[in-house]
Unconditional design. Structure first.
Length: 353
């Protein structure tokens, strides 16, 4: 683990197993400089334990930057449960995992992510208070996906405006990769704005429904990133933005909800050099974590959450303007803004020590 390029001085990485339930999981805490590490719990059929560990490391680092840039007093963490989501989320396994979260004594707060549901988080809440995004309780915030979709939509409009001078999406050719909870809501908003949709998903039922209800054109997931379009919206798993994409895809703008969209860090600069305007994923998809962070505080206020989510568009505009003014890749600019806040918190902690 220490030798993998995805290890970034993580504070704590915990492996979890339970012979009785078959649970195998990893919890990665990247940083608690700003506060407890908040991040989603993902359930996925990884090719290996090594692949799962790398995903947890990358995702937890992204959460540190996401929470910092969103202005939250929270650090970054992530958890992955290894296995088919259809079978790995038994009540016994989820209770065992919740017990592991509880043993971290509040250093990590888990929430819903890929392969998980609000009902799963509710089940974990029976064992530990250190989860958020539940459907019950005085501060319950429920499904975070509408807030994620709203933040991405606002950031997308800001990115289109930065690239073209107008945020009008009428007749814009927009490719949405992944029609899960967030991707579908985004597709609906984009179609309502007049965009012409291209869609892809491994779930045939979803794309068929999109074709019927949203007048979308169905494209094979392997082809979609290289289709001619104005905006590419990755909303599935990460790694879709490669050097090949940066250099050859006939796309002008990239703004989507997927985490870890860059296949390798150097793609950020490659996109900039190729004239493709990339809205950093951890900036634009922060709406969901803003929502669950409000629940985790114990004082959920829907109005204040809405105000904070709307700020994502303004933050995206600031990052894009700084990138243009300084001629720097957008990811590098966003990273620097997040790191400045994290280092400020560390310096304040050292000063008080």
């Amino acid at each position: 683990m220490f030798d993998t390029p995805d290890f970034d001085d993580h504070e704590e990485v915990v492996s979890v197993s339970c012979a009785r339930s078959g649970l195998r999981a990893i919890i990665a805490l990247h940083s608690t400089a700003l506060g407890p590490a908040l991040g989603g719990i993902r359930c996925w059929s990884y090719d290996s334990g090594t692949a799962a560990t790398r995903d947890a490391l990358r995702l937890s680092r992204g959460m540190t930057y996401k929470n910092a840039l969103a202005g939250l007093d929270l650090g970054g963490g992530k958890a992955v449960i290894l296995g088919d989501p259809a079978t790995a989320r038994s009540p016994a396994a989820l209770h065992a995992f919740a017990g592991a979260v509880d043993r971290l004594d509040g250093r990590y707060i888990g929430a819903e992510d890929v392969g998980m549901t609000v009902a799963d988080i509710d089940l974990m809440r029976d064992v530990t208070p250190h989860v958020a995004g539940t459907s019950w309780g005085a501060a319950a915030s429920g499904d975070p996906s509408p807030h994620t979709a709203e933040g991405v939509f606002l950031a997308l409009k800001a990115t289109v405006a930065a690239a073209t001078g107008s945020d009008d999406l009428t007749d814009a050719r927009v490719g949405v990769m992944g029609l899960g909870a967030v991707g579908w809501k985004l597709a609906e908003r984009l179609r309502a704005e007049g965009a012409r949709l291209l869609v892809s998903d491994v779930n045939v039922t979803r794309v068929t429904r999109a074709a019927a209800q949203l007048d979308a054109d169905i494209v094979d997931p392997r082809r979609l990133p290289f289709e001619p379009m104005d905006v590419f919206v990755p909303c599935a798993l990460g790694g879709v933005l490669t050097r090949d994409f940066a250099e050859t895809a006939p796309v002008r703008i990239v703004c989507g909800a997927a985490n870890n969209q860059l296949a390798t860090p150097d793609v950020d600069a490659a996109l900039w050099e190729a004239g493709k305007l990339y809205a950093p994923d951890y900036l634009v998809n922060a709406g969901g974590v803003i929502n669950v962070a409000a629940e985790a505080s114990g004082e959920y206020d829907a109005y204040r959450v809405g105000v904070a989510v709307r700020e994502i568009g303004a933050t995206a505009a600031r990052v894009l303007e700084t990138a243009r003014r300084e001629d720097r890749p957008t990811g590098a600019v966003a990273d620097a803004m997040a790191l400045a806040r994290i280092e400020g918190a560390r310096e304040e902690r050292r000063r008080r020590a």
